[in-house]
Design a protein around this ligand. Structure first.
Ligand SMILES: [Zn+2]
Length: 244
């Protein structure tokens, strides 16, 4: 089937990645504050919304979502395609958080973007050693209502969210054995994921152990210095589209 030539858009498309506990939620707050109107794709948030809306995809996703089993790749990619088509008409900046997680998912996401004239022009990896991730994650609590994360929470029953006053709970997947499994899986995929985007000249690694203000500054610097998507070299099959 012949493919229509697609001109490469200059819409910034970023991937924010890093192990659990690296500070991705905080990083997203930094980005939202500096780039109002950015569109954020996170797997759990996206499927939560689909379930609430009762869409066909939401109905299929519910079983994975409720049991906190990772959604199958095909389902996530279908979700991303849907999300892109709904988001793109008004988008000024796109950030994918924690997906893709490995090189094969990255190639699939690159393909979905290329079909729409888009390219990832910045990948930010928040680098934090295992022990610090483990200490942060196993010591935190999360609000049942608004997902505010309270770091180093003192485990007092009935402690309240500083933001909305609802109950704080420990996430079921934040216990140490579960956490270490998640971390090992993340580390495994990340090596290839980062190599994939480093080869394209879009990777920036940020030391997530530095003081919060310095991390925020490094994140914004990474976003602002992102190369123009149209100038990046793409996959061989996409280069033809750019030339045409
Ligand atoms: Zn709250």
């Amino acid at each position: 089937m012949p493919v229509e030539p697609v001109a490469v858009s200059d819409l910034p498309v970023m991937i924010l990645t890093g192990p659990p506990g690296a500070g991705k939620s905080t990083a997203m707050r930094t980005f939202r504050h500096s780039f109002p109107g950015l569109d954020h794709f996170g797997v759990r948030v996206f499927f939560q919304r689909q379930i609430e809306l009762g869409t066909p995809l939401g109905v299929r996703a519910a079983v994975f979502h409720e049991s906190r089993v990772w959604h199958p790749d095909e389902m996530i990619l279908e979700g991303i395609a849907l999300w892109l088509d709904q988001t793109l008409p008004d988008a000024t900046r796109i950030v994918f958080e924690s997906f893709p997680r490995n090189a094969s998912q990255a190639r699939a996401v690159d393909g979905l973007l290329a079909e729409r004239g888009l390219r990832v022009n910045r990948v930010v990896s928040l680098d934090v050693p295992d022990e610090i991730c483990a200490a942060r994650v196993t010591g935190r609590e999360v609000c049942v209502e608004c997902d505010t994360i309270v770091a180093d929470a003192i485990p007092v029953p009935g402690s309240a969210c500083p933001h909305c006053g609802r109950e704080l709970v420990r996430r079921p997947d934040d216990d140490r054995p579960t956490f270490l499994r998640r971390l090992a899986r993340q580390r495994q995929g990340a090596v290839e994921l980062l190599a994939h985007y480093e080869a394209r000249g879009v990777l920036v690694r940020v030391d997530g152990t530095r003081p919060p203000a310095e991390v925020a500054q490094a994140l914004l610097e990474a976003a602002r210095t992102a190369p123009d998507a149209a100038q990046l070299k793409g996959d061989p099959e996409n280069t033809a589209k750019v030339a045409g």
